[in-house]
Design a binder for this molecule. Structure first.
Ligand code: BGO
Length: 270
């Protein structure tokens, strides 16, 4: 049976370059349903049963751009077998902001850290093992432009897409936020697909009305205001910013354990 791997990443992370490496000339281009955003799919080289679906370049899974809405609707509704998240290794902080969100979708994620030729040339060091451990997924370094690491990436992505494994969620928000999320979760459990309960709980906490409107009738109408506003009062911040700030704190902790800029010391590279 055919499996689908969705290719997701920030604009300029090298997605087009990688997509071309993965599919060769075996590509077809159309539009995403109802919008004029380009949709590209292709068969993975050497694996005719594996489809690579190229998602629009995005910075987050928020509803602020058409591309973000198209990408997240695809991930929620089509449930690819795996997500191949291409990350610009020279711009980890910004790129990991999307990665932390992709990890919440209940689909196995493989992170391909691209532009490693530039990272290495800059004299920076990335500890892939520490990064993979902190993110809870397989991580590999590549250079899409120089065709380095692509064969290994293909093997890893195909194995992950065929594994059917339950992906681990490594990142936990603060105790306060997790308490609110589990209260929200208990109100929508059974009403939404199980693998998506955490993603939907976070989005509902953020008052993401586009997501709320997509939910089945019962989940759409649950009253969560008291749960959300209690945390907002305690934290003296709005729910969306609370989530964003906690994501960046998590990303900072990952970067400090896994990324060594030239001249820095103290990192154990294994
Ligand atoms: C230009 N290493 C290096 N060094 N560059 C890479 C790599 C890599 O591993 N992978 C991609 N790039 P896209 P999105 C360009 O186009 O695939 C480069 O948006 C230029 N163009 O070649 O388009 C890639 O699809 C003029 O660079 O990304 C491209 O995700 C001068 O990263 C850019 C310099 O890749 C974005 C670069 C006219």
């Amino acid at each position: 049976m055919a499996v689908t791997i969705a290719l997701a990443g920030n604009p300029n992370a090298g997605k087009t370059t990688l997509f071309n490496q993965l599919t060769g000339s075996n590509q077809y281009v159309g539009n995403w349903p109802g919008v004029t955003v380009e949709k590209k799919e292709g068969k993975l080289k050497g694996h005719k049963d594996v489809i690579i679906a190229d998602l629009p370049g995005i910075y987050s899974l928020s509803p602020y751009t058409l591309e973000e809405v198209v990408a997240r609707n695809y991930l929620i509704n089509n449930r690819p077998n795996a997500i191949l998240n291409i990350v610009d290794g020279t711009n980890l902080e910004r790129n990991l902001y999307l990665s932390t969100q992709l990890k919440e979708l209940g689909v196995p994620v493989i992170m391909a850290i691209n532009m490693m030729d530039v990272v290495t040339k800059n004299g920076d060091v990335l500890n892939l093992e520490a990064l993979g451990k902190a993110m809870g997924c397989k991580v590999i370094s590549i250079s899409a432009l120089r065709n380095q690491g692509i064969d290994e990436l293909i093997s890893l992505a195909v194995a992950e897409a065929n594994s059917g494994a339950e992906p681990a969620i490594e990142h936990r928000f603060s105790e306060n936020v997790e308490k609110a999320l589990s209260e929200i979760q208990s109100k929508i459990t059974g009403e939404v697909p199980e693998a998506l309960t955490r993603f939907f709980s976070i989005k509902l906490f953020e008052r993401d009305d586009k997501i709320r409107n997509e939910l089945p009738e019962k989940a759409k109408n649950v009253d969560l205001e008291s749960i959300i506003s209690e945390i907002e009062k305690e934290e003296d911040d709005d729910a969306e910013s609370i989530i964003t700030n906690e994501r960046y704190k998590y990303i900072q902790s990952i970067i400090s354990s896994a990324y060594e800029k030239r001249g820095q010391t103290g990192l154990t590279v294994s």
